[in-house]
Design a binder for this molecule. Structure first.
Ligand SMILES: [Fe+2]
Length: 491
């Protein structure tokens, strides 16, 4: 059966904003649909059990001020695989802000670019925007957890039905108005979740740990010299790595209420290695070349070293001089990973010597790294990235094998774009890459989205299975694969 759960009137359309059109165009429908009613090209693997969840921004109402692609309402798309069958659902994260705007029928909060237009208290590190919870999604303690990049309340959802259950009832209130930032980390071996938040007032950064029974067991302020703008958190077996990078708000401007991010080319990036249950006093700070980092691939320990792999940006704020203030050319530049000099990079922090060693791992622009989740925080061999064209268009996949140095690529057909593409182990898998890579494809040619499944050992062959969705799916933010065994709430 294919059913419409709910349909929305998208008053954000029509628009001239490219981040609400084409590959970014929001969908107006929440669907529930299963095979065999969903068309399948190939065969749904019978040895795949679990759910692929992908979050993303799907704006409903006409925005207040200029819309940025990180502003839109959070929507999760889930494909649940079970014994050769697949069921697709997509649902909004029904946050407090989403419900208030739904009731009002209009936008009530501005986005990340124009916080000065706020007329009511909002959420996020600036405290002005809607809690869209549209950036990240992971499963912890048997429930999906969604949050936005600028920090929002931690929203729980049923990982299969995608029903919004509300802010986490066990610990969300203990975080005050700070919430959690996207890119919390779940250790698959202990079930613990490590998270952080940040803001403009001291403490500029907090670090926390929630255990496998969903109890907040650790929440500590981390001392920083100024307000920072982190996006990810490294997690190894015994440590986390805090990012205090070279791109941050000008402190003097902040005092005047200005939120202009600046890349400080002469300020080294700082990385704080903290024991999993450590405090600010326990942090060992390491310096690296000036940079910004959106997303890490993995962080692990080898001897005295913490190894951190991720996508470095050595020009995160490209030169905007000469670009018109009106229109979207500046936003294009600020979202162009090629101009930002994005590429895979490795940092090694030596706990004995205090030294940092760095090296580039690739010179091609790729981002949105995924590893086999069982290897999160442990040494890994394989990474699955998205190829990234200018304007944040993800148009293919690249698999890295750090052991041999070999790579594999799959280029999406013209008019098609991929999502963040996690690894999904085959039932009984032993080897690190024995399984599948799963992604959603935004197909502007057919107008209907797809869920594509690749053999992780041979992504160059193209998808072994394409499940055609009932409607359009816009490009999104972050994704996770969760095996069936982890979809139960611990007793
Ligand atoms: Fe992110």
């Amino acid at each position: 059966m294919t059913t419409v759960h709910q349909r929305y009137t998208l008053t954000c359309l029509p628009t001239d904003n490219p981040y609400l059109m084409d590959n970014w165009r929001p969908t107006d429908t929440e669907w529930t649909a299963s095979t065999p009613d969903l068309e399948v090209i190939g065969e749904v693997p019978r040895d795949l059990h679990g759910v692929y969840l992908r979050n993303g921004h799907n704006q409903v109402h006409a925005p207040i001020g200029k819309y940025h692609p990180f502003d839109g309402d959070g929507m999760i798309h889930g494909m649940h695989f079970e014994g050769g069958r697949a069921t697709y659902r997509n649902r909004f994260v029904r946050t407090t802000g989403f419900l208030a705007e739904e009731a009002a029928g209009v936008s009530l909060w501005p986005g990340i670019i124009e916080p000065r237009r706020a007329v009511r208290r909002g959420w996020g590190s600036i405290g002005a925007m809607k809690d869209n919870a549209g950036t990240d999604v992971k499963v912890h303690a048997g429930r999906a957890l969604a949050a936005m990049s600028q920090c929002s309340e931690p929203y729980r959802l049923d990982p299969v039905t995608l029903e919004t259950l509300g802010p986490d009832p066990a610990w969300a209130r203990r975080l005050g108005d700070r919430g959690i930032c996207s890119h919390f980390q779940v250790d698959p071996h202990t079930g613990e979740m490590m998270f952080f938040n940040f803001g403009e007032r001291a403490p500029y950064f907090n670090y926390g740990v929630v255990n496998a029974r969903n109890e907040l067991v650790h929440y500590e302020p981390i001392e920083l010299p100024h307000a920072t703008w982190p996006h990810d958190l490294g997690m190894s077996q015994h440590h986390c790595v805090i990012h205090d990078l070279s791109m941050f708000f000008d402190p003097e401007g902040l005092k005047k209420g200005q939120h202009r991010l600046k890349f400080h080319r002469d300020v080294p990036a700082r990385f704080g290695v903290i024991p999993r249950l450590g405090t600010s006093r326990d942090v060992r700070w390491f310096e690296g070349q000036p940079c910004y980092i959106l997303h890490l691939a993995n962080t692990y320990e080898v001897g005295d070293e913490i190894v951190m792999d991720g996508a470095i940006q050595t020009n995160p704020v490209p030169d905007l001089s000469g670009l018109p203030k009106e229109g979207y050319a500046r936003m294009h530049a600020l979202l162009s990973m090629d101009l930002q000099e994005t590429r895979m990079h490795r940092w090694r922090f030596n706990l004995k010597t205090g030294q940092t060693r760095e090296e580039d791992l690739d010179d091609e622009v790729t981002e949105f790294s995924m590893v086999n989740a069982q290897y999160k925080g442990r040494p890994n061999r394989y990474v699955y990235n998205a190829l990234a064209k200018p304007e944040w268009k993800l148009d293919g996949l690249k698999k890295y094998d750090w052991q041999t140095g070999r790579t594999q690529r799959w280029q999406a057909p013209a008019g098609c774009f991929v999502s963040e593409s996690p690894f999904a182990p085959r039932d009984g898998a032993v080897d690190e890459d024995d399984g599948y890579v799963v992604t959603y494809i935004t197909n502007l040619v057919s107008g209907r989205g797809e869920c594509a499944v690749f053999d992780a050992r041979d992504i160059e062959r193209g998808p072994v299975c394409r499940i055609i969705l009932p409607g359009h799916i816009p490009m999104g933010a972050h994704a996770v694969w969760t095996p069936a065994a982890e979809l139960k709430v611990p007793a």
